[in-house]
Design a protein around this ligand. Structure first.
Ligand code: HEC
Length: 100
């Protein structure tokens, strides 16, 4: 049971940190990689992490650029933002702005 938990946790981390669908420029697919921390479809069940659903496009893009450049301090998002191109970020921005 314990091994099962550990291996499923590892599998989850692998999907979280591998933007596997990035080349498809599919905002919804890329956004799924954020669900582990930011909630399913950007919605949150608890308040530990910032909700992304409904975030204005411009605000989202600015946040991701600032994490990527290091202008904005972060524990996790700086490393994560490195994995996405400007086009990827725009695709996700459109997706999140539409999710309510
Ligand atoms: C491993 C957990 C984790 C994952 C996965 C994750 N985030 Fe985050 N996110 C955080 C944390 C923690 C913060 C707060 C800043 C920090 O300390 O890094 C944050 C903050 C943010 C913010 C700033 C929100 C605001 O209101 O200013 C944005 C935007 C964001 N994340 C986008 C994303 C996107 C897009 C993805 C998927 C590509 C993603 N995050 C995946 C943990 C995560």
């Amino acid at each position: 049971m314990k091994t099962l938990l550990v291996s499923s946790a590892l599998a989850m981390l692998a999907t979280l940190f591998t933007p596997a669908h990035a080349s498809e420029h599919n905002g919804a697919a890329m956004a799924a990689t954020c669900a582990g921390c930011h909630g399913t479809h950007g919605k949150l069940r608890n308040q530990e992490f910032v909700p992304l659903a409904g975030m204005p496009e411009a605000e989202f893009i600015r946040a991701m650029r600032d994490y990527k450049s290091g202008k904005r301090q972060s524990t996790l998002m700086g490393n994560l933002a490195q994995g996405f191109s400007d086009r990827d970020v725009q695709a996700m921005a459109r997706y999140f702005a539409r999710v309510k």
